[in-house]
Ligand binder design. Structure first.
Ligand code: SF4
Length: 72
């Protein structure tokens, strides 16, 4: 995503099985390369991951902003 991925927005690189289509390719963003998936962030299922990510995004938003749930 040329301008970065806004909070709450689905990454355009995810396929229909929620797998990264550019995993292992040089164009994968640095932030993704540095991220290590852990159960406390990603949970043990897709619904658990969405809930944890929504909570993390809401908890780290500047005051007055809200999280979009578009694409989830
Ligand atoms: S690893 Fe990065 S580029 Fe790939 S789907 Fe996730 S956020 Fe998108």
């Amino acid at each position: 995503m040329p301008d970065g991925k806004p909070a709450g927005e689905r990454c355009i690189q995810l396929d229909t099985h929620n797998r990264c289509q550019i995993f292992g390719l040089p164009e994968r963003p640095e932030v993704c390369l540095r991220f290590s998936a852990t159960v406390d962030v990603c949970g043990r299922s897709d619904p658990e991951a969405y809930e944890l990510l929504r909570w993390l995004e809401e908890d780290t938003l500047p005051k007055g902003d809200s999280v979009s749930t578009q694409g989830q």
